[in-house]
Design a protein around this ligand. Structure first.
Ligand SMILES: [Zn+2]
Length: 336
């Protein structure tokens, strides 16, 4: 259930049933005085069982164990309250720490509901989509007192000396940990190897794709020999993977641009015409929750295009609709 990746660094594969991500990688770093657990899995029985058993086998004393949460998503933060003890520090960025606690309020889900309706999501599907949202269903349930970290903060465990790198994009407060001597990057969901981290626009004030591209550039020059990601395989081909991720978003942005014409459409309509790498044959077969992720991702691309002046947005008949600017280019390039 766990494997030793490097001396005193263990990877626990925490299964995520019926989820395309398949599993979360939780890392356990054992130190002489204190241990560190990086990310926890969702607040559901299956995750709890795997993690409990592995931590027992690894003989981790939770009283001497701290937690680092790469970002707010429930598959990373869902079980904090089960495993933290009175003597545990729980580290996270300020922004995502607040979001983890906010996930327990109606406010956040009501705002998401309103935002999706404005963007064309049908109300009957939306109810189901939010109720089945993993962030709603499997979130951490207790209020957590976090120790917040920021760019450049240090985290030391045994022989490992990490610095925090703020990498907004996948979430606004996403953070990676970098070990310069060992050329090791704990990448959370910022850089994944065999899947593309999902980007979602959930508030009109954000521009997650612009943030994400900037954060990819920020970490590109780091000397990295091994990446320990939040999902799937550990890998080495670091810069090449970053270029692929940029390329992916360039292709997706251009695809959205092609679908946009002179007739205004909402984000839900645009999402229904995009090509999605899923096992469903048509948009109608997508479960509502999958449609929510797709619409959120399209919105991230539309926001990017809007700020670049390629797309204009109007509020019409209670919906936000998008169309190309008259002078819009046919291709966007991310400078690859
Ligand atoms: Zn995530």
């Amino acid at each position: 259930m766990f494997e030793e990746i490097l001396p005193n660094i263990y990877k626990i594969e925490v299964i995520l049933p019926q989820n395309p991500l398949r599993a979360l990688n939780s890392y356990v770093l054992k130190g002489q005085k204190r241990n560190l657990i990086i990310d926890t899995g969702m607040n559901r029985e299956e995750c709890l069982t795997v993690l409990t058993k592995s931590l027992q086998e690894l003989e981790v004393d939770l009283a001497n164990t701290d937690f680092f949460i790469t970002h707010m998503h429930a598959d990373h933060s869902g079980l904090i309250s089960y495993f933290q003890t009175k003597t545990s520090n729980v580290f996270c960025s300020q922004i995502d720490a607040e979001m983890i606690n906010l996930m327990n309020s109606d406010e956040m889900w009501n705002n998401m509901h309103k935002f999706c309706l404005i963007n064309g999501f049908p109300e009957d599907e939306l109810y189901e989509a939010i109720n089945n949202h993993p962030g709603f269903k499997y979130r951490n349930r207790a209020n957590i007192i976090f120790q917040t970290l920021r760019e450049g903060s240090s985290l030391n465990v045994g022989d490992y000396h990490f610095k925090c790198i703020e990498t907004p994009g996948h979430t606004k407060g996403h953070m990676c940990l970098y070990e310069a001597d060992k050329k090791l990057l704990i990448s959370g969901d910022h850089v994944l190897h065999d899947i593309t981290p999902n980007l979602m626009l959930l508030s009109d004030n954000d521009n997650p794709l612009a943030d994400y591209l900037k954060s990819l550039e920020k970490v590109y020059e780091l000397e990295v020999k091994l990446v320990l990601p939040g999902h799937r395989k550990i890998f080495q081909r670091y810069q090449e993977r970053i270029r692929e991720l940029k390329k992916h978003h360039q292709v997706r942005t251009n695809e959205a641009l092609q679908i946009l014409g002179k007739v205004p459409q909402d984000a839900y309509q645009i999402a229904s015409q995009m090509k999605w790498d899923v096992r469903y044959n048509s948009w109608n077969q997508f479960p509502p929750q999958q449609k929510l992720f797709a619409t959120g991702e399209v919105l991230a691309h539309l926001k990017y295009l809007e700020e670049k002046g390629e797309v204009k947005k109007d509020f019409c008949a209670k919906r936000m609709v998008y169309q190309r600017e008259a002078r819009s280019l046919w291709e966007m390039s991310f400078g690859l």
